[in-house]
Design a protein around this ligand. Structure first.
Ligand code: AMP
Length: 214
């Protein structure tokens, strides 16, 4: 099964994407995580991507399209994938359609997660991520049991550089201009559904699970 999860930054794509992928035994492919790994490894692509990410801008299409194609055709992804943060504009969505056709793959569900801006800002500014396993927490809404420590693997938690107020504002602007038009691109498809992401984590997960099960 292959799923595309999209929506504004802070809507919970990462948090829910990890759980949903686990639930349906598919691989969670988060574009932001792939890019952050490339930055950390100081690969050529990572060096190219860094300045865009720090500024809250989109990394050039040719970079992200190449990275995602390499992953979706990998052996470990043969049971299916959940794309989180890709595509993020119409050019990437068009490229995704072309690569799916080329590799004889389909998208079974395109799910749009929606929440208003005040909620997104609150979520992003309180967000904490595990350095080890990437699991997400929130200072108020889902704090770790032990301060600064991941409940799952015990590694240290950190705040992302681009979860600063000025960068958050930029990312939300980029979302409106670049990513929101994907609603027109996908909303007429039979596989499309929309989920209210302002509810509790458990409720949102339940609705997502139902959308996938049909
Ligand atoms: P995320 O972890 O999804 O919030 O992504 C963090 C940052 O990575 C974004 O602000 C962009 O700079 C970059 N990024 C993630 N996904 C994409 C994409 N599909 N296209 C271009 N840039 C991306």
């Amino acid at each position: 099964m292959n799923i595309v999860l999209f929506g504004p930054p802070g809507v919970g794509k990462g948090t829910q994407g990890v759980r949903l992928a686990e639930r349906f035994s598919i691989v969670h492919l988060a574009m932001g995580d792939l890019l952050r790994k490339a930055v950390k490894d100081k690969s050529e692509l990572g060096v190219q991507a860094r300045s865009y990410m720090d500024a809250g801008k989109l990394v050039p299409d040719d970079v992200v399209i190449g990275m995602i194609e390499e992953r979706i055709i990998s052996k470990d992804v043969s049971n299916g994938f959940l794309l989180d943060g890709f595509p993020r504009n119409v050019a990437q969505a068009t490229a995704l359609n072309a690569m799916l056709l080329k590799h004889e793959l389909n998208i079974d569900h395109v799910i749009f997660m929606e929440a208003e801006e005040t909620c997104l800002i609150e979520r992003l500014s309180g967000r904490l991520i595990c350095k080890g396993c990437g699991f997400g927490f929130h200072r108020q809404y889902s704090p770790p049991e032990k301060d600064g420590c991941c409940d799952r693997c015990g590694s240290e938690l950190y705040q992302r550089d681009d979860d600063r107020k000025d960068v958050i504002e930029k990312r939300l602007k980029v979302y409106l201009k670049e990513t929101q038009p994907l609603l027109d691109f996908y909303s007429d498809l039979d596989v499309f559904s929309k989920v209210d992401a302002t509810k509790s984590m458990g409720e949102v997960f339940h609705t997502l699970e139902k959308s996938v099960q049909g």
